[in-house]
Design a protein around this ligand. Structure first.
Ligand SMILES: [Zn+2]
Length: 390
């Protein structure tokens, strides 16, 4: 198998804390990375790099792990331009807008749904995302949810069953009946295609008892839980996530001190999704408070056509630094190793021997530029599984 060295890297972010004074980013100056097959086999100073068949000169620019976007909703049809325009013109956000996307998604053919999914994956890849999670949740029937998961599973291993996104319109007068469907026939049809189960635990969606029943049923079928928690209001989502050892509690915008403590004393990651607050003009989640308490924080896009229609992790990094109290180092860690932790993965989100060769080359000398130069397309090279894609 032929090896490739990427050399002349001004700043290499490895996320290996053992490399330099326990710095979580494990930065290496004047660095090189050696790739063989789909894996990283060596990292270190350029001058010490082993001989290889192929050589790429990074030109004094920065290399970091590919972004791990651990929260997106990419199996959908239609868009919600009018809703966004109305909201930005003064109308408040309500979870009901999801029904618009449900109707469009149900009406779409498989080929159109997959073409839409592929379009946004390509868009995300160009911006440095090499691992992504995506969910169902716009079908809300047994067949439409299973279809969404089948399509998603062709493109990623990180597939999440979100039949409990909202109560299906047909069950508006019988939410208990819908929970029975989500935990019964729908779960049976969906579980073979998914790794994760998720629930939107929020007023107007599913309460704590319903969410517990749904996630517990999923666990019994071998799915691992994650939760849309505490996004629009205080609620039981975060505590439930910790109680059920969910990999992640996502949003975490409205947290009590007890919620922060629970996250800090658990292996549940707090995944912050600032694209949602940006796109709904809502208050930002307080990343600083979570980090200071000792919680693990991830940053992801929540890419969806209603409340956060961005596929750009760099944009989320810039928001987190500007408005959520994160340092540039913390935000970059959260968007790479943090996302991996939220998916309970150690083979992505870091550049160490044995990890997947998923790399981003920035047209900048350091990762700090992701926040320093917001909105600028700095991603100039992307390798995924050892293959240069961008
Ligand atoms: Zn979401």
């Amino acid at each position: 198998m032929s090896a490739t060295v990427i050399t002349n890297i001004a700043t290499l972010v490895t996320n290996d804390p053992s490399l330099r004074d326990s710095d979580p980013l494990g930065p290496v100056r004047d660095a090189a990375v050696v790739i063989e097959g789909d894996r990283v086999v060596w990292t270190g100073e350029s001058s010490k790099a082993p001989a290889t068949d192929n050589r790429v000169d990074a030109g004094g620019r920065a290399v970091l792990p590919g972004f791990v976007d651990s929260h997106s909703h990419l199996v959908f049809a239609g868009d919600r331009t009018e809703e966004f325009n109305a909201r930005m013109s003064g109308r408040p956000y309500s979870a009901g807008g999801i029904r618009t996307t449900v109707a469009a998604t149900r009406a779409a053919g498989d080929a159109d749904l997959e073409a839409n999914l592929t379009r946004y994956l390509t868009e995300a890849l160009r911006q440095g995302t090499t691992t992504f999670e995506t969910k169902s949740g716009y079908g809300l029937t047994v067949e439409d949810e299973a279809r969404a998961l089948r399509l998603a599973a062709r493109h990623t291993d990180e597939v999440t069953y979100l039949g409990a996104h909202i109560v299906a319109p047909e069950f508006a007068d019988d939410p208990a009946g819908y929970v029975s469907l989500v935990t019964g026939d729908m779960l049976n049809a969906c579980a073979p295609h998914a790794r994760w189960i998720d629930v939107f635990c929020e007023k107007g969606a599913f309460d704590g008892d319903q969410a517990r029943a749904i996630l517990t049923a999923g666990k019994a079928k071998g799915l691992h839980p994650r939760i849309h928690a505490n996004q629009l209001s205080y609620g039981p989502g975060v505590q439930l996530a910790v109680e059920l050892d969910a990999a992640s509690a996502d949003h975490c915008t409205h947290l009590t001190d007890a919620d922060v403590d629970a996250l800090a004393n658990s292996s549940t990651v707090a995944t912050l999704l600032p694209g949602a607050e940006f796109s709904t003009r809502a208050a930002w989640p307080d990343a600083r408070r979570l980090l200071d308490a000792g919680a693990t924080v991830a940053l992801s896009t929540d890419c969806n056509p209603g409340s956060s229609f961005t596929s750009s992790v760099p944009f989320c990094v810039a928001l987190a630094v500007r408005d959520m109290g994160m340092t540039p180092d913390e935000a970059v860690w959260a968007a790479t190793a943090g996302g991996a932790a939220a998916l309970r993965r150690t083979d992505v989100g870091r550049l160490v021997p044995g990890a997947y060769a998923d790399l981003v080359l920035l047209d900048a000398p350091s990762h700090v530029h992701l926040a320093y130069r917001p909105g600028v397309p700095l991603v100039t090279g992307v390798w995924r599984r050892g293959v240069r894609e961008v």
